[in-house]
Design a protein around this ligand. Structure first.
Ligand SMILES: CN1c2c(nc(N)[nH]c2=O)NC[C@@H]1CNc1ccc(C(=O)N[C@@H](CCC(=O)N[C@@H](CCC(=O)N[C@@H](CCC(=O)O)C(=O)O)C(=O)O)C(=O)O)cc1
Ligand SMILES: N[C@@H](CCS)C(=O)O
Ligand SMILES: [Zn+2]
Length: 759
């Protein structure tokens, strides 16, 4: 009889209860005991849902107040010395490291593989020491046991934790491995003492291209940990691990998990000759998307696997369900037809249970449920919205010239400068200004019908006016309207495009207490009417300075949405590119002289394996260029990317040929710029002068030091001055204080440059 389990459940709560509790705690409105009680209630509910569905284990260890990787850092006592919290951080220390303190910047945040989730980067030093902190995880294990659950504990694996850490200069991270393994060993031993039967160690780095010493480290690590505690299930996900099949088969594990949604082909490499004493867990239900599973197809795969594996077959989600929304039952406004194509986390539990029953008792025992599921899949396949002739024809008619501006950058630059007359080192911001409680309350009231659309528009226009006035007072050169009318930079556009739908409660955690509600691409995408022109022209009417139009680019729309899985991503990207191109052209026609097309996700979409990257980058760059290339030379196209890790894709970024790129660099202390300089990046660059993720206002000296670094490696007449990213999560006081210093930094640098210029 196959065991059914999940790799993890969304911790945030179907209605973001965790966010509410954590933020209340941060503002002092909920004490630590209250916060723990809210957390316990969520865990209790989520475990019960797994048990009620009929899963064989409830998964414990997937809960985190901020981030699960940071939980492991706390559990193994590896807090960076700079925080001075010692080996046993409490909750206040945990939050201090996550959010920063007046004295210390927060731990860096990075994208979790190719998802839109961010983890807190462990800081590793030669003198990092580890000690098991028994206040973490173990109480949750006892809590689940006290509720009578049969549990499987999940932890990030030691090698994934180390790999994702940032090492101080000169440190080989693997030098810390044996000390780290000691703590894992003790932890696993304690879990065994508590009666835990299974521990799932997540090692998604096995989906990356791993150097030989790291592959070897798997052999030593798991050799050492195998007998320490509960039976070990090593979980891989997000890609194909078949290149490691021989090594994985030889590890003394009790089981291995494979992601068959991302890499179904890898099953063949494992299923035959799988050791008799090992479990093979097959991730057949998609943990990354919200579509129903094609149960008939899944059963075909699983029957074959069962024939080979018998009792050793486990069935599971492909990865943790933390990447999908919690419960479809809360969606009361979705079009019923489209809703019927979906499964959120709770519904995916039911899918697993159903698959298990079909395998155990025969498909006849669940034929009704299978029939309902098959009808939904068939209905989706034949829905007219998934095949719109006009959209398909437009994509088919694309020609190389659609992806090319009329002249090279140097020519455009002259035309743009003649029109815009910007000073050296022009100052700008990335688009959003603080999304205040008042703005969100107005939007919530408008959605609830208690504020009519005209009054909402007036309120947003008042906000735009105030944002414009503030920027003029600050002396910023290129203004933005501040994006107050946008709930989110992707959801907002998704709400206006055909082929998209959106949810009421489809929240997924992005980082800490911040969530996003990705819109859903269910059909062919097109733009029924202009989306931003009215807001941008209103904003431009308030000032003589250039007002940047502000759009999310095709890749960002793709990767931050739930995407249909019945069409290659490239095709969806091209549909989006054409829809957004029309918006760019309309903005230009309405008198907007600078248009920013945000593409913070270009790196997120990068395949995890090197070999798959060139093909992706080709269509990704093409999609951006199609969006950007419908305008005259005089119209300046900006793009913006946060997350500074793109040294390895600089040729592709240059090939996007945006006139100006603004990038996040401040946390990496401008290291990225060396790469831009070495590469001789040809167009203009705005390296972020300050980190917007923290309320801390940087000093003039800090900004000047960063600007000096930029000026040392790039020509002054290529440089722009801006923050790292949008300011929507910040409050006004720190925003104005930081921007005042930023403008002053730019002015001082201009004066220095003028002094240095021979008369
Ligand atoms: C730039 N980033 C983004 C990513 N992904 C996106 N899809 N969008 C992004 O901007 N990925 C990488 C980064 C991640 N960064 C962030 C930054 C900030 C947030 C964030 O603030 N999220 C908000 C939710 C935003 C939202 O959709 N707001 C809506 C709904 C607001 C709401 O909750 N309303 C309440 C009522 C409010 C009231 O009455 O006052 C309700 O409906 O109950 C809106 O503005 O209308 C968050 O709160 O977490 C996310 C990622
Ligand atoms: N224009 C967006 C980009 C965020 S990546 C903003 O400013 O929030
Ligand atoms: Zn950004």
């Amino acid at each position: 009889m196959p065991v059914a389990h999940i790799l993890g459940f969304p911790r945030i709560g179907a209605q973001r209860e965790l966010k509410t509790a954590v933020e209340a705690h941060w503002r002092g409105a909920l004490d630590e005991a209250g916060l723990h009680e809210a957390a316990r209630a969520l865990r209790r509910r989520h475990w019960q849902q797994q048990r009620d569905a009929g899963l064989d284990f409830v998964t414990v260890g997937d809960f985190a107040f901020y981030d699960h990787l940071h939980n492991l850092t706390a559990l193994v006592g590896a807090s960076p010395a700079r925080f001075g919290v010692g080996p046993s951080p409490g909750l206040a220390d945990y939050f201090a490291m996550a959010r920063g303190t007046p004295e210390q910047p927060a731990l860096a945040m990075k994208k979790w593989f190719d998802t839109n989730y961010h983890y807190l980067v462990p800081e590793l030093a030669a003198d990092t020491r580890f000690a098991l902190n028994r206040d973490w995880l173990l109480p949750e294990v006892r809590e689940a046991q006290a509720l009578g659950h049969r549990i499987k504990v999940v932890l990030p694996g030691p090698l994934t934790w180390l790999w994702l850490g940032e090492a101080e200069a000169g440190l080989d991270k693997l030098a810390l491995l044996s000390l780290l393994l000691n703590v894992y060993w003790v932890l696993l031993a304690e879990l065994k003492t508590l009666g835990v039967e299974w521990a799932q160690l997540d090692e998604p780095i096995l989906s990356l291209d791993l150097p030989a010493d790291w592959r070897q480290a798997f052999v030593t690590s798991y050799g050492e940990l195998a007998g320490a505690g509960p039976q070990l299930l090593l979980a891989t996900y997000f890609g194909d691990v078949s290149e490691h099949a021989a090594m994985l088969r030889a590890l003394p594990l009790a089981g291995l998990h494979l992601d068959l949604v991302r890499a179904p082909q890898q099953l063949a490499q494992f299923v035959d000759e799988w050791p008799q004493d090992r479990v093979l867990s097959l991730g057949i239900v998609d943990g990354r998307n919200l579509w129903r599973t094609d149960l008939a197809a899944a059963l075909t795969t699983l029957h074959a696997a069962q024939a080979a594996l018998g009792e050793r077959l486990w069935i599971a989600t492909s990865c943790s369900l933390q990447h999908v929304p919690t419960d479809l039952r809360l969606e009361r406004r979705l079009e019923p037809r489209i809703r019927n194509w979906m499964a959120f986390a709770v519904q995916k539990l039911d899918e697993l249970a159903l698959l298990k029953r079909a395998l155990r008792d025969g498909e006849g025992s669940v034929w009704r449920e299978l029939h309902v599921a098959a009808s939904a899949i068939a209905d989706r396949r034949r829905a007219p919205s998934t095949q719109v002739a006009a959209v398909r024809a437009r994509v088919a008619a694309l020609k190389p010239e659609h992806a090319r501006r009329a002249t090279p950058f140097a020519t455009r630059h002259v035309a743009q400068q003649a029109q815009l007359r910007l000073p050296k080192l022009p100052t700008t911001t990335i688009g959003s200004f603080p999304q205040t409680d008042e703005i969100r309350a107005a939007r919530a009231a408008c959605k609830a019908g208690t504020l009519d659309a005209a009054d909402y528009r007036t309120a947003m226009q008042a906000e735009i006016r105030s944002v414009v006035e503030r920027q003029e007072a600050l002396g910023i050169d290129v203004l933005v309207h501040g994006e107050p009318e946008r709930n989110d930079m992707v959801e907002y556009f998704g709400e206006q495009l055909d082929g998209y739908t959106f949810t009421q409660n489809g929240w997924v955690q992005s980082y800490g207490s911040r969530c996003v509600k990705p819109p859903v691409i269910h059909g062919d995408v097109s733009r029924p009417c202009a989306m931003t022109v009215e807001w941008s022209t209103y904003a431009q009417s308030l000032t003589d300075r250039p007002m940047k139009g502000m759009l999310s680019g095709p890749l960002t729309m793709l990767f931050w949405s739930f995407v249909r899985d019945d069409l290659p991503k490239r095709e969806v990207a091209l549909q989006l590119a054409l829809a957004l191109r029309d918006e760019v052209v309309d903005l230009e026609a309405a008198g907007i002289r600078i248009i920013q097309i945000d593409e913070p996700t270009i790196r997120e979409g990068l395949p995890l394996k090197q070999a798959d990257r060139p093909a992706y980058l080709e269509w990704a760059v093409q999609a951006f260029r199609i969006t950007a290339s419908g305008v005259r030379d005089e119209t300046q196209i900006h793009t913006h990317m946060c997350y500074s890790e793109f040294n390895d894709i600089l040729p592709a970024i240059a090939a996007m040929d945006a006139d100006v790129i603004t990038i996040e660099t401040s946390r990496a202390r401008m290291k990225l710029l060396d790469a831009f300089a070495d590469f001789r990046y040809p167009n203009d660059i705005g390296p972020g002068l300050y980190d917007i993720h923290s309320p801390r206002v940087p000093t003039r000296e800090e900004m000047t030091a960063l600007l000096d670094k930029a000026l040392a490696v790039l020509p002054a007449d290529r440089l722009w001055i801006n923050p790292d990213c949008g300011l929507k999560t910040r409050g006004w006081p720190e925003t104005e204080a930081a921007l005042t210093r930023m403008v002053a930094t730019a002015r001082a640098a201009r004066a220095t440059l003028a002094d240095a210029t021979p008369a």
